[in-house]
Design a protein around this ligand. Structure first.
Ligand code: MG
Length: 457
């Protein structure tokens, strides 16, 4: 072999990931897919050594939240996760606005893990468990009974799930005479403009349903709708929960989400009615910012109260914990600020004696990020899963277990980074979001984005 060929041969077999101190970020690109179960903006961060990190903006969000960070992270060493996080943290916000910073942080953790040869959970301090319990969010489209929901949940149990959550909202009573009252005409507005959004999985995340009057109606906060539940309405809801428990039994945990936009006082009346059905938690009974609303309901019922999927940064959970407003927090890795923020939130949970369940309605990238966090945070009850009815979801990422969830649990991987070898590009091509076409196309227009980023003078 000639000397040059020998050298090329040797160099081609060197793991260039063994030079992490020389790593530099060279590019960030995105692809928007749809239906997994929602719109998922996927992120790739590229480096000068061929290592690519995978991230994702929060479900039903915009890739812009990530792309606006690109110029701020180019040429940085991606292994300096905390340093880069602090550089871009100011561009994140609550709910979907936190998705850019969080998605970039996850991609950096993936790169750092691959470069140094360790799983993300190891970088978070090691793991507390080898398998993570998964709960499967369950909703039944359109008008239905508690027995219908009970049967849907029973199917989850038969598939191996050991923790359940259902949607139960006041929209079920929009056509039930005498169950709800509201400023006259408003319930008709709800039916006309937002019932569809309220009543099915893709509602609040469908672009067309969330414009104009639809948006205005849907975003009136709980305390301001003027909707009240009558005693007949409470009977209706209680009977729904009873029918569910009659089918699934009392041994399995059952949480409730998406109750609807009614004032906290009516949430309390409902909560007291269903205490005897052993509810694991009631979720997002008010906008999370209203600490006093949460404290009020938490002090008035024995049902554990939960919120958090829209809270950015771990320290924003503290007022709720301090006020005794939550027994369970429900962060999304892709809103809270990423994996290190999840770990810090876990410490805050320890301080206040609060449990954690992890919100997750994203692609396998988001799931793997949540899984590593759930392994590394002590008091995690379970991770949410929204895609059991999406046949192709498991095939999006290569190199992970397939299916990712077996008998209601996910195995924590021992591979470097998130544990994903590659994405299934052919499958991604089949599910590109029609409104946002393109697959990992150049994003050079974001290389020059700049402002004086100092937040003080
Ligand atoms: Mg929720």
């Amino acid at each position: 072999m000639e000397e040059k060929t020998i050298r090329e041969h040797i160099e081609s077999n060197i793991n260039t990931a063994s030079s992490p101190s020389e790593l530099k970020i060279t590019d960030m690109r995105i692809t928007n897919i749809d239906g997994a179960p929602k719109h998922c903006p996927l992120i790739k961060i590229y480096t000068n050594q061929g290592i690519v990190g995978y991230g994702e903006v929060r479900d039903a969000s915009s890739a812009t939240y990530a792309l606006m960070l690109k110029s701020r992270i180019l040429n940085e060493n991606p292994c300096n996760v905390d340093k880069i996080f602090r550089r871009v943290k100011q561009f994140g916000g609550h709910s979907r606005q936190g998705g850019g910073v969080s998605g970039v942080e996850v991609a950096l953790m993936d790169i750092a893990g691959k470069a140094w040869g360790v799983p993300c959970w190891q970088m978070l301090g090691g793991k507390f468990r080898d398998k993570v319990r998964v709960y499967c969010d369950t909703d039944v489209d359109g008008k239905h009974t508690g027995a219908d929901m009970g049967r849907a949940l029973k199917k989850r149990m038969e598939a191996g799930y050991t923790f359940l959550k259902m949607d139960l909202g006041i929209e079920l009573m929009l056509d039930e005479p005498g169950c709800l009252n509201a400023p006259l005409g408003f319930l008709e507005d709800i039916k006309k403009y937002s019932a569809k959004a309220l009543a099915h999985q893709k509602g609040s995340i469908d672009y067309d349903m969330m414009m104009g009057k639809n948006y205005e109606t849907f975003t009136i906060p709980h305390y301001a709708t003027g909707i009240h539940i009558t005693e007949k309405g409470l009977d209706y809801l209680e009977n729904y929960v009873k029918e569910v428990r009659d089918i699934i039994g009392y041994e399995v945990p059952l949480a409730i989400d998406h109750f609807g936009h009614v004032c906290i006082e009516d949430c309390i009346r409902f909560a007291r009615r269903i205490e005897k059905y052993n509810i694991s938690w009631m979720e997002d009974v008010a906008p999370w910012q209203y600490t006093e609303h949460f404290a009020k309901i938490a002090h008035a019922t024995t049902i554990p109260i939960c919120t958090g999927e829209d809270i950015y940064l771990h320290d924003n959970f503290e007022p709720l914990m301090k006020a005794g407003g939550v027994s369970v927090v429900h962060p999304d890795t892709l809103t809270v600020g990423g994996m290190l923020e999840m770990k810090k939130l876990g410490d805050l949970c320890d301080k206040y004696g609060v449990a954690m369940a992890i919100h997750m309605a994203e692609s396998p990238i988001g799931f793997m990020a949540a899984l590593h966090c759930a392994a590394a945070v002590q008091n995690v009850l379970a991770v949410e899963y929204h895609s059991s009815d999406v046949a192709w979801w498991n095939d999006l990422a290569l190199g992970i277990e397939n299916p990712v969830i077996k008998n209601g649990f996910a195995t924590v991987p021992n591979k470097p980074g998130l544990g994903i070898d590659a994405l299934n590009e052919e499958l991604i091509a089949e599910h590109i979001h029609k409104k946002y076409p393109g697959q990992w196309e150049p994003t050079d227009e974001w290389n020059k984005e700049w402002a004086n980023d100092r937040t003080w003078s």
